[in-house]
Design a protein around this ligand. Structure first.
Ligand code: KG4
Ligand code: ZN
Length: 343
């Protein structure tokens, strides 16, 4: 019998639902929330209200696009955490209610592990290009930056992580300083393509082990602009592409330095990217360049699986389903959540 998983994601500002059948994606629906743009960042209360409005139409659309009836679903996988509590509550409550009504298992998913699991989404063109274990994954999202060692589908260990800001947060905060709207990451990426990455230098952190730090870079970017603006009020508008390219280059250099270190420490040369920042063209290109030099086998996710989506939740659910790893009906969301070590 086929295994059909409905995945639900609502940890931040995207309401998403997806259907996976025997590991193959049938539908992947995402509804973003424009309401936050005017505030320069995600407003938690507005996010949970928007999730409430979106969740039923999004799930309905995911089932229709998949051509799956609700009676055919084997289990519901949902993001239990980490994320914004109010947002997580909407997805969790909906999933609990729907699973109860259909009398099917409920599967809790860790959002960060799910980002990594996109590498196991089956695709007729890609089945032969799934990473072998063990592999390393640089997980770069809006809220997290981690180097993770993956030994099995759900057996993952964090080797290093940021001690302050995340890489995506750094893109967004620095973009905001220049006056760009939220989220700034994709805009910096776009503007950087026309700029000189070597024009400006910003400070890089000295952090021990495989950990990251980005708050110093953000401060250095802020002070640099403050000083230049005193001399020339038009400095930002006149230098936007070079500023974006130089900032992006610095973030990528910081990310890659520790990733190279992790690879040589562990001897693992299969390296994957995951999370919203893995959509960044500079980062993707740098991975390809390094793969040639370091003899890495690299795994770069399709664009639609980089930022938050429910396909990643559904595929993680598919593997947990096979292990019988179900959650109790009285489960509740977790704003902070450790990696699942149940497998
Ligand atoms: O994984 P994600 O969708 O959400 C979290 O789990 O946080 O990541 C969102 C982050 C944001 O900070 C956004 O600016 C960043 O990913 N991002 C990018 C790009 N696309 C999304 N950063 C740099 N370049 C991009 N092309
Ligand atoms: Zn995410």
């Amino acid at each position: 019998m086929s295994i059909i998983i409905l995945g639900i994601e609502s940890s931040c500002d995207d309401t998403a639902a997806a259907v996976v059948k025997d590991g193959y994606i049938l539908s992947n629906v995402i509804s973003g929330q424009d309401v936050h743009q005017a505030y320069g960042g995600v407003v938690p209360e507005l996010a949970s209200r928007a999730h409430q409005q979106n969740i039923i139409p999004v799930v309905d659309s995911a089932l229709k696009k998949a051509g799956v009836l609700k009676q055919e679903i084997s289990a519901i996988a949902f993001t239990r955490g980490p994320g914004l509590m109010g947002s997580l509550l909407v997805g969790t409550s909906f999933s609990k209610g729907f699973a109860q009504a259909l009398n099917i298992p409920l599967i809790e998913i860790n959002h960060l592990q799910a980002h990594i699991m996109v590498h196991f989404i089956h695709d007729n063109n890609r089945d032969n290009n799934m990473p072998d274990f063990p592999f390393l994954c640089l997980l770069v999202s809006g809220g997290h930056t981690q180097i993770v060692r993956i030994d099995d589908y759900l057996k993952m260990e964090i080797l290093g992580e940021t001690i302050d800001d995340a890489a995506g947060e750094t893109f967004d905060k620095c973009a905001k300083i220049t006056g760009l709207p939220y989220p700034g990451g994709p805009l910096v990426d776009k503007l950087a393509t026309g700029g000189d990455p070597n024009r400006f230098k910003f400070s890089k952190p000295k952090v021990s082990d495989l950990n990251y730090s980005f708050s110093g870079l953000k401060t250095s970017f802020l002070y640099f602009l403050r000083d230049r603006l005193q001399e020339n009020k038009e400095f930002i508008v006149n230098n936007m592409p070079d500023l974006c390219a130089s900032l992006q280059k610095t973030i990528i250099e910081i990310l890659m330095e520790k990733l190279i270190q992790a690879s040589s420490q562990t001897g693992i040369r299969s390296i994957a990217l995951a999370g919203g920042v893995s959509a960044n063209s500079g980062l993707r290109n740098e991975m390809k360049r390094l793969a040639g030099i370091k003899k890495w086998k690299i795994y770069i996710p399709e664009f639609r699986y980089t930022t938050d989506n429910a396909a990643m939740i559904a595929i993680a659910g598919y593997y947990k389903y096979q292990g019988g790893l179900f959650s109790p009906r009285d489960t509740s969301p977790l704003a902070r959540m450790d990696y699942d070590r149940s497998v």
